[in-house]
Design a protein around this ligand. Structure first.
Ligand code: RP5
Length: 160
């Protein structure tokens, strides 16, 4: 990562139909006041857009969160074209349960890593991006600590 890389996250998805899931990533970043840009970039339907985006990503972003369903090559292809961290979100769509997407995102060959969340795990993708940014940004680190404390306190001892 370049020293002057902006603390901005790219949220990309293969289809506008992935947005209801990827919105959770957007919302958690918003809560932490982390800038983000949301784009539709499809590995299969817009390969040239993908190439241009990923080749230039390091100039604009510090992390990429990439959600896709079915034959989900988006995160892996991005990772092959950039050195900034890529977090892949396998998405369950109308036709599939998300398992094919999970394997497509998780089963990367040695040398090109993609951090993979659970199926539809867009919120955790956002939190992981926040953790990465927190390594270099003290304000974000403190917010993350407060978020965790609040979360812990919100868990009741009994279910009723
Ligand atoms: C993937 O195929 C997309 O990420 C989406 O999850 C899935 C289906 O796309 P649509 O046909 O709904 O646009 O590339």
């Amino acid at each position: 990562m370049k020293a002057n890389s902006p603390n901005k996250v790219a949220i990309i998805m293969g289809s506008k139909n992935d947005y209801p899931v990827m919105k959770q990533c957007e919302q958690i970043l918003k809560r932490f006041k982390i800038k983000n840009n949301i784009l539709i970039v499809s590995a299969h339907r817009t390969p040239e857009r993908l190439f241009k985006f990923a080749k230039n990503a390091h100039k604009n972003y510090s992390v990429i969160c990439a959600g896709a369903g079915r034959a989900a090559h988006l995160a892996g292809m991005c990772a092959s074209l950039t050195k900034i961290p890529v977090i892949g979100v396998p998405i369950k769509d109308k036709k599939t349960d998300g398992i094919s997407a999970l394997f497509s995102v998780a089963e990367m060959p040695n040398g090109i890593p993609v951090a993979t969340t659970a199926i539809n795990g867009a919120l955790n993708a956002g939190l992981l991006a926040i953790s990465i940014i927190a390594l270099q940004d003290k304000k974000v680190r403190l917010k993350l600590e407060r978020y965790r404390v609040k979360q812990t306190k919100s868990v009741k001892k009994r279910p009723r």
